[in-house]
Design a binder for this molecule. Structure first.
Ligand SMILES: Nc1ncnc2c1ncn2[C@@H]1O[C@H](COP(=O)(O)OP(=O)(O)OP(=O)(O)O)[C@@H](O)[C@H]1O
Ligand SMILES: [Mg+2]
Length: 264
């Protein structure tokens, strides 16, 4: 099991981004991590994959453990070798490399079973299989997300950390991403799924956590979170209208933020 206990993380020695977070990702389960912009979701993923250094951040208190052993001080490549793989927000692929070169690069710490893992990735993502010789930068947004996930799977992770895989994608593509998460998990990989699309995440998760300004404010089985109207309304920003329709206001907020940042 991958766990954090009473975790405090600071950026630049001053910005306290996580304020005593505890969370578990049991083997073979899907855990949804939800919350508004700036809640600390990506910071938690960076902590688990050893990327705090890169962002001038550090663990101030608490522990990160894998099967009870402290892993809070390990480098990203050591953590990949222990089976923890992080798919960063924003579909990071090597745009100038081909689809297949991208997949191969995902196996740099794990050269075993390269051929079988390539076949597996192509089986999981037929849309990128058809484009294996094409430059990754030419793929659609959804295909780049699939490639980023396929690349992560090349190291046969025990835990996959996904940071907002559905962001900015059309509903049909979001459904495909969701189905793929389910399939990856059905083969035994534990998934920590950060999402603004709370309904999508909770529909596949076993357990859900909701964060607010660096703290976990809800920690319950996913089905319970989805079924509780108060939770939906106050913590998940899901509004159930008269016609039973729901929308995620977090997602709207995020799109607004992205547009604003881009325009400025
Ligand atoms: N590189 C950084 N340097 C300084 N502060 C940061 C950095 N990254 C994040 N923070 C701060 O840490 C807090 C948590 O940010 P984080 O990105 O983890 O939130 P998030 O839940 O992933 O939000 P979002 O939904 O916008 O992706 C915020 O206050 C943010 O401003
Ligand atoms: Mg984030």
């Amino acid at each position: 099991m991958l766990s954090v206990r009473n975790l405090e993380v600071v950026y630049n020695d001053v910005i306290l981004a996580l304020r005593g977070v505890s969370l578990d990702v049991p083997d073979g389960k899907i855990v949804a991590l939800l919350g508004a912009n700036g809640a600390g979701k990506s910071t938690l993923l960076r902590t688990l994959s050893g990327l705090l250094d890169v962002h001038d951040a550090e663990i101030r208190k608490g522990a990160v453990t894998l099967d009870g052993n402290d892993i809070g001080h390990l480098s990203p490549s050591k953590l990949v070798k222990r089976g923890i793989k992080h798919v960063l927000e924003g579909r990071r692929v090597f745009k100038e490399l081909t689809v297949e070169e991208n997949l191969r690069s995902g196996a740099h710490t794990h050269r075993k079973n390269m051929g079988a893992n390539l076949d597996k990735a192509y089986g999981l993502f037929p849309r990128i299989a058809d484009r294996r010789g094409q430059m990754a930068g030419l793929l659609s947004g959804g295909e780049q997300q699939m490639l980023a996930m396929g690349r992560a799977l090349m190291s046969e992770p025990r835990y996959l950390l996904l940071d907002e895989p559905s962001l900015g994608l059309a509903p049909k593509v979001v459904e495909q991403i969701r189905d793929i998460v389910v399939q990856i998990n059905s083969e035994g990989t534990g998934v920590l799924l950060v999402e603004q699309n709370a309904t999508m995440a909770l529909s596949v998760a076993d357990h859900g956590y909701v964060m607010e300004t660096g703290r976990v404010v809800m920690d319950r089985p996913a089905a319970e979170l989805l079924a509780d109207d108060d939770v939906r309304e106050f913590y998940l920003g899901l509004h159930t209208g008269d016609d039973g329709d729901t929308r995620s206001s977090y997602r709207d907020v995020k799109h607004y933020k992205r547009r604003k940042r881009w325009a400025s």
